[in-house]
Write a protein that binds this ligand. Sequence first.
Ligand SMILES: [Mg+2]
Length: 231
Amino acid sequence: MVNGLAAVVFDIDDTLYLERDYVRSGFGVVSRAIAPDAGAPPLSVFETLWGLFESGARGDHFDSLLREYPEAASRWSVRDLVALYRGHEPDIALLPHMEPLLDELKGRGASLAIVSDGNLASQVAKVTALGLDRWFEEICLTDAWGRDYWKPSTRAFRHVAATLGAEPPNLVYVADNPHKDFLAPLHLGWGVTRLRLPGQLHVEVNCENVPEASSVEQLSDYLLAHSGPGL
Ligand SMILES: [Mg+2]
């Protein structure tokens, strides 16, 4: 393979699908579960949660929810709600135009893999809901090794490169979060591409020195231009 990408490695959250859709899906499950004990319709509970999320609350929205609905707090703990949220079967879908891109890359013989952080049970549920086994020959969920190996650890990237039998510079990582996603692959000499879309949690974060695609179509143009039939 000359002048092409032997392997394309993707993040999951806010790269293959929009993370806010997972949050919406999980909040729906939690709202329906506690509504009978909260003395409020599920939609009201959901709107409380969604309002917290939209106003930037991260990590403590279930504490705030139970303060808002003290009747529910006598039956449910934050830990219960987190377990419900992480264990639910998410109602999520690939971004528009992502499926044909994955089909095309696979059809051209590119090796496809995943490197993704996040609670292991949640990430496994997302992999299942999105049907990722269809395209990806290696799905590396870093939480299986523990939080020390979440990005920016290089372990998952070294593991994936070895498993796919690919070496820099014929590896590219496609992801969304400048705070943590690109440090390890850049350190290892990989190519990187940031997918930056409205609705992503980190869309406002600016970042120099990482090429950006502002749509899945633009990402497709870039990846397909670098993955010729000679792959
Ligand atoms: Mg992400």
